[in-house]
Design a protein around this ligand. Structure first.
Ligand SMILES: [Zn+2]
Length: 216
């Protein structure tokens, strides 16, 4: 099984990906991790990447494509991939398609978590952590009260440094950049859109139903 998971920041994509990895025994591939990994291994490519990032420039598609190529050359990853945050654009999408075919593999499906802008904003801005017991609450969706929390309001801290306009801008950028990729997979009949408003367990239930139905 090979998958891709998409979702705007604040959609809970990472949490869902981790659950899928555990249940279906997959290897999660995120380009951020790949880049960090390559830099820490101090390879020739890693040194080049570090130079680019230190300059404040973006890593090119060619570099990303080379990293993904390496992933396919590792037998450990054969039919066990879940991509998170990749592909980022149509060029990378076509490269992935090419690599899959070349390695006689295919995508089982592409999952897209759909969450409206206002919900993403409230999820990120409303997030609160208790400094005493580490429980996580949300001002809007799951507020701390006397029944679910003993420490008291004074220990709650807001984790997010983000301003509302920054969150909205990031969301809009995600939608604009991801749409052509989702359309590409829709045309291949691989796209499954998931209602990401529901709670973590309900979303995962829907995902695992899809995956089990495809994993015949
Ligand atoms: Zn507490």
């Amino acid at each position: 099984m090979n998958l891709i998971i998409f979702g705007p920041p604040g959609a809970g994509k990472g949490t869902q990906a981790d659950k899928i990895v555990t249940e279906f025994n997959l290897n999660k591939i995120s380009t951020g991790d790949l880049l960090r990994d390559e830099i820490s291994k101090n390879t020739t490519l890693g040194k080049e990447i570090k130079k680019i990032i230190d300059k404040g420039s973006f890593v090119t598609d060619e570099t990303i494509n080379n990293l993904i190529k390496k992933i396919f050359s590792n037998n450990e990853n054969h039919n066990r991939l879940i991509f998170d945050g990749y592909p980022r654009n149509l060029n990378q999408t076509k490269n992935l398609d090419h690599l899959l075919k070349k390695n006689k593999q295919s995508l089982t499906c592409v999952l897209s978590l759909n969450v409206p802008e206002d919900v993403v904003v409230k999820r990120i801005l409303g997030r609160q952590v208790c400094t005493k017991c580490s429980l996580i609450f949300n001002k809007f969706f799951n507020p701390s009260n006397k029944k679910n929390h003993n420490c008291g309001e004074q220990f709650l801290t807001t984790r997010s440094d983000d301003k509302e306009e920054v969150i909205i801008k990031r969301y809009k950028t995600y939608i604009i950049e991801t749409l052509p990729i989702l359309n590409f997979y829709k045309n291949l009949d691989l796209l499954y859109e998931i209602d990401g408003i529901k709670d973590i367990d309900s979303i995962y239930k829907e995902i695992r139903q899809i995956l089990h139905s495809l994993d015949g």
